[in-house]
Design a protein around this ligand. Structure first.
Ligand code: GTP
Ligand code: MG
Length: 489
């Protein structure tokens, strides 16, 4: 079974970690050493291993242990995230040309699975896109190669262009493309020759075919079972050709995992598909996250971790709501709130609830001006404990003291006090169900959010305010609906 040993070793390495508090330094060291050995034994490229382990060390050290997760679970999550990142985060689809045909060229060592993958791809394109592909047989060095492709084409009912073994592959590609243009094929898949070793003549031939065909996609086919060699040869192909992606074949076999883990890192090219068998249906889109949890072999634990995190989030929200309800909003909460707005945590979540907003690029630019934030924090840290919990105490003379303490003008203290009052009022109204007040406050002169926003990269600072107003209004409406529903029950 693929990855068996690696999965085994990784889970053993993670079992070193015990306890419920922070991760112990010496335990972490032991685990990291085990992880490092496990990866090297699985033939993951050395530089990749080094980087990977360093990343985990960094993240595990910096991680605050999430409530509801123990230290080992936390590290499992970190390892899982890093594995996913290593393999590319997200699935990358095939390139598609704006005008037909989309040309796909294969490259790779002998026996890597090029010809088989051409057939699998043609099948996939035909089935999913109702495509009309043409396959070009440009491997003239192995007589059986052309037959192999022709048999596969017949089985799929897909035409194969071939000119025997006496014609130069470059000419075959030219003629094949002309035929595709004539027949208006929407895809052209070029099968090329493989070699046991990378040699200059073969590379030159591939480079020439690249020049002739201008492929939209050059897929390097890599046999997942070849381990350490796979990354070396991949590097060779990547240097010669403008690769656009990788197909990792024979993942159904007894692969140790090395190529799956290092190929993206070494070539910088995404793994687009994985071959998991010899049949035409055995080609799958590559999903880094799914592959990571398959390699880690801890699907159940990962599900548990996700659930625990969600519960922690919900618990925090409930606590905040309770505070609002009890009307004990003070300067400690205010600074908490500022921190949250600054990190765009809950506020971002609010905005994301609005259809169409989740991926709005403007969200990325919404940040509070760090300087203003620091000033507010300075003023609040000049307050006594009593003043923080009982802001009514803060009279004009105390305000002057706070201003002096923070080294800010008194008007700024006054402004902050006003903002605090407004936020408190808003919280109260929200808990009493008076959302119209909240809406108009957000829409009106009320909270001076845009002043707190920096201008970084934003079209104009009003835009931030508009987005936020919209978000708050939508959130208010949602809460109102929820309350109505609850009353009915
Ligand atoms: N188990 C398994 N076998 C595969 C897979 N992909 C290809 N093969 C097998 O690997 C062998 C070589 O595949 P080909 O497609 O002929 O490889 P190639 O890269 O075209 O080889 P050359 O043309 O000689 O360079 C064949 O027996 C295929 O059936 C896969 O994903 N899983
Ligand atoms: Mg072949």
């Amino acid at each position: 079974m693929a990855f068996e040993n690696l999965t085994d070793r990784l889970s053993k390495a993670l079992k070193n970690l015990t306890g419920s508090g922070r991760i112990k330094e010496e335990d972490l060291q032991t685990s990291l050493r085990e992880i490092r050995l496990a990866l090297l034994e699985a033939d993951v490229a050395y530089p990749t291993v080094k980087k990977f382990v360093a990343n985990i060390r960094e993240k595990a050290k910096g991680a605050d242990i999430l409530e509801g997760l123990n230290a080992p679970q936390q590290v499992v999550k970190i390892v899982n995230d890093e594995l996913t990142a290593l393999m590319g985060e997200e699935a990358v689809p095939l390139n598609k040309s704006e005008k037909i045909p989309t040309t796909i060229m294969m490259a790779g060592l002998q026996g890597a699975g090029k010809t088989t993958t051409v057939a699998k791809l043609a099948y996939k394109l035909k089935k999913e896109d109702h495509a009309r592909p043409l396959l070009i047989a440009a491997d003239v060095y192995r007589p059986a190669a052309i037959d192999q492709l022709e048999v596969l084409g017949q089985d799929l009912d897909v035409p194969v262009f071939s000119q025997g073994t006496d014609v130069d592959p470059r000419d075959i590609v030219r003629a094949g493309l002309a035929q595709a243009a004539e027949n208006k094929n929407d895809y052209v898949l070029i099968d090329t020759a493989g070699r046991l070793q990378i040699d200059d003549a073969l590379m030159q031939e591939l480079k020439d075919i690249e020049q002739i065909a201008h492929p939209d996609e050059i897929l390097l086919t890599v046999d997942a079972m070849t381990g350490q060699n796979a990354t070396e040869t991949a590097q060779g192909f990547a240097d010669a050709l403008d690769l656009t992606g990788v197909v990792l074949t024979k993942l159904d076999g007894d692969t140790r995992g090395g190529a799956a883990l290092s190929i993206r890192d070494v070539t910088g090219k995404p793994i687009k598909f994985v071959g998991q068998g010899e049949k035409k249906t055995d080609l799958d889109v590559f999903h880094p996250d799914r592959m990571a949890s398959r390699i880690l072999g801890m699907g159940d634990m990962l599900t548990f971790i996700e659930k625990a995190q969600k519960e922690v989030d919900e618990k925090k929200q409930a606590e905040q709501l309770e505070k609002m309800r009890q009307n004990t909003f003070d300067f400690n909460d205010f600074i908490d709130q500022l921190h949250q707005v600054q990190s765009m945590g809950p506020m971002e979540d609010l905005i994301k609830m609005i259809p169409g907003m989740a991926n709005n690029p403007a969200l990325k630019n919404m940040q509070i001006d760090d300087k203003q934030f620091a000033h507010m924090e300075a003023i609040i840290s000049s307050m006594t404990k009593e003043e923080r919990t009982n802001p009514d105490l803060i009279n004009p003379s105390r305000r002057r003291r706070l201003a002096a303490g923070a080294g800010r003008p008194v008007v700024e203290v006054n402004k902050m006090m006003k903002q605090f009052d407004q936020m408190k009022k808003m919280m109260n109204q929200a808990t009493k169900g008076n959302f119209s007040g909240m809406e108009s406050m957000m829409g009106g002169a009320g909270m001076d959010m845009s002043a707190m926003m920096g201008g970084n990269g934003m079209p104009n600072s009003n835009f931030g305010q508009k987005v936020q107003n919209f978000a708050m209004k939508q959130a208010a409406r949602k809460m109102k609906k929820l309350q109505k529903k609850r009353k009915k029950k």
